[in-house]
Structure formats: structure tokens, C-alpha cells
Design a protein around this ligand. Structure first.
Ligand SMILES: C[S@@+](CC[C@H](N)C(=O)[O-])C[C@H]1O[C@@H](n2cnc3c(N)ncnc32)[C@H](O)[C@@H]1O
Length: 256
């Protein structure tokens, strides 16, 4: 199904420059099940300046957050992960055209993939400063709840890939999804966490603490983030839920 996002123009994700190409993310090796580390690829190396802090947006849609915040924060590298091919291509094409026009946005890349799978099988531990998850699909039917991004395994993997003190930032308009999220957050902000083997959480401390959500610099007045879905839902008069989960940092650890 096409959403017609290109309005008749072919979308060019700029593979290898903006869109992550197959040379940068080769297929998983056959050894992946016995050796999960064998599939790891460091996504920081996909950026011109790999030493910059690294953040991920899951479900970047048309790319509004990436482009707005990426322009204001050029010293941070942002990877948008979007599994819907047309939305991925639309956002990557926008970034590519801006980049070609004024040489900006060399700090934004887009990957077409399932973000949960990417975190689980590809992403090395302790490298992500922030995971942004804005207006994630609510999957309201009970038989589809397994497709929601927030799951116990996902939170374990988020714990593994985040730097000490790193953050998972979540905003949604959907009351049912929010209740589900909070149920999971409650487990992962308690001690011990539900499954310490996932993500390598050591016992004796909660994996995360919860904090109030503060809007990024790119958000407009009275916005939480300023994504396309937030703007659409605001026009419809919906209300929102937002929170920050901060990863445990051992005493003395250097934090973000
Ligand atoms: C409701 S849209 C929100 C888009 C954008 N964040 C916004 O606020 O405008 C949710 C997006 O997440 C994407 N998505 C859902 N689950 C995903 C996953 N596991 N990995 C990558 N993308 C995902 C969907 O394809 C969709 O584009």
C-alpha cells in the first residue's frame, strides 16, 4: 500500500549517506543464536563524526522530530529507525535534500528496520544517550499487544544499550497504551527487575528511575515534542501522557 508521500516524485533515501545501506548493515551471521555478540554493528560509525553523543528515535515517521531537533543540536548524532518503507524513504529523502541544499544535517541517519530487533541483535551495549519513542502505534486489540514497542524484553534491551544515566523518553496520546506502558515501567523501576537476565541488570537496584518529561528545544510553545502526530492530535483536542525513564548509573559512573 502506498501513502503517496512522494506526491508523484520518486523518494531517494540517499543510501550510504542518509539511509543506512546494506554494506553498513550486513546480514546477521549464522552464529547469531549461539553467539549474540557476533551480530553487533556499531551504528556510531555510520556518522561523519562518530565521537558525538548518539541518540535513537524509534518510529520516526515523516522525520519531524529528527529534522527539527537535529538542526538545533548539530553536535549530537541521531539515528531514526522506521520500519514502514515509505515513511523511512520520505524522512531520509527530506534529510538528503536539506543536506544537499545547505550541507546541514550530517548528524541524521535513517534505518529501515524493526527497532526492537535492531536493539536486541545489532546494537552494542552502553552506547546510546537517549531513546526517543513518540506516539508509538497503540495496537489496541489484545491479540496485537505483542506488537507494541514497550515489552519487558524491550526494556531489558534498552537498559543494555543505554549509557549509565541514559534516558528512554516516551510520549503517547493513547490511554490504553499508556496503562500498558506504566504497568511495564512499574516493573522496571522496582527492585529486583522482572528478568535480570535480560539486559544484564544486576540485582540490588532498579534498572530505571522515572522522571518528569521536559520538552526538547525544538518543541513549539505548549508542545511536548512537536512531531506530526502530536500536531494532528492537538488539533483534535486530545490529551497526552509523557515520561522519562533514566537508566541506573552505578555510583561513580560517568553519566550523560
Ligand atoms: C503513530 S506513528 C508516529 C510517528 C512519529 N513518531 C510522530 O509522532 O509523528 C508510529 C510510527 O512508528 C513506526 N513503528 C512502529 N513500530 C516500529 C518498530 N518496532 N520499529 C520501527 N518503527 C516502528 C510506524 O511505522 C510509524 O511510522
Amino acid at each position: 500500500m502506498s501513502f503517496g508521500l512522494g506526491h508523484g516524485r520518486a523518494l531517494d533515501p540517499g543510501l550510504g549517506v542518509v539511509g543506512v545501506g546494506p554494506e553498513e548493515l550486513p546480514p546477521l551471521p549464522d552464529t547469531i543464536l549461539e553467539d549474540p555478540e557476533s551480530g553487533r554493528v556499531d551504528p556510531r560509525a555510520w556518522f561523519e563524526r562518530p565521537e558525538r553523543p548518539f541518540e535513537i528515535e524509534i518510529g520516526s515517521g515523516k522525520g519531524a522530530f529528527l529534522i527539527q531537533q537535529g538542526a538545533l543540536e548539530p553536535e549530537t548524532n541521531f539515528l531514526g529507525i522506521e520500519w514502514a518503507g515509505e515513511f523511512y524513504a520520505y524522512a531520509a529523502d527530506r534529510v538528503r535534500r536539506r543536506r544537499e541544499a545547505d550541507a546541514s544535517l550530517d548528524n541524521i541517519r535513517l534505518l529501515c528496520a524493526d527497532a526492537s530487533e535492531f536493539l536486541r541483535w545489532r546494537c552494542p551495549a552502553g552506547i546510546v544517550r537517549v531513546i526517543h519513542l513518540y506516539f508509538s502505534d497503540p495496537w489496541p486489540k489484545a491479540r496485537h499487544h505483542k506488537k507494541r514497542v514497550i515489552q519487558d524484553r524491550f526494556l531489558g534491551e534498552a537498559f543494555r544499550v543505554l549509557e549509565p544515566g541514559g534516558e528512554l523518553r516516551v510520549v503517547t496520546d493513547h490511554d490504553g497504551l499508556w496503562a500498558w506502558d506504566v504497568e511495564h515501567f512499574d516493573r522496571w523501576t522496582a527492585s529486583p527487575p522482572p528478568d535480570p537476565s535480560v539486559g544484564g541488570v544486576t540485582s540490588g537496584h532498579p534498572a530505571f528511575t522515572r522522571h518528569a518529561f521536559d520538552a526538547p528545544e525544538s518543541a513549539g510553545e505548549s508542545e511536548l515534542v512537536g512531531t506530526n502526530f502530536e500536531r494532528k492530535f492537538r488539533r483534535e483536542g486530545r490529551s497526552f501522557h509523557a515520561t522519562v525513564l533514566r537508566r541506573f548509573a552505578p555510583p561513580g559512573a560517568s553519566t550523560t
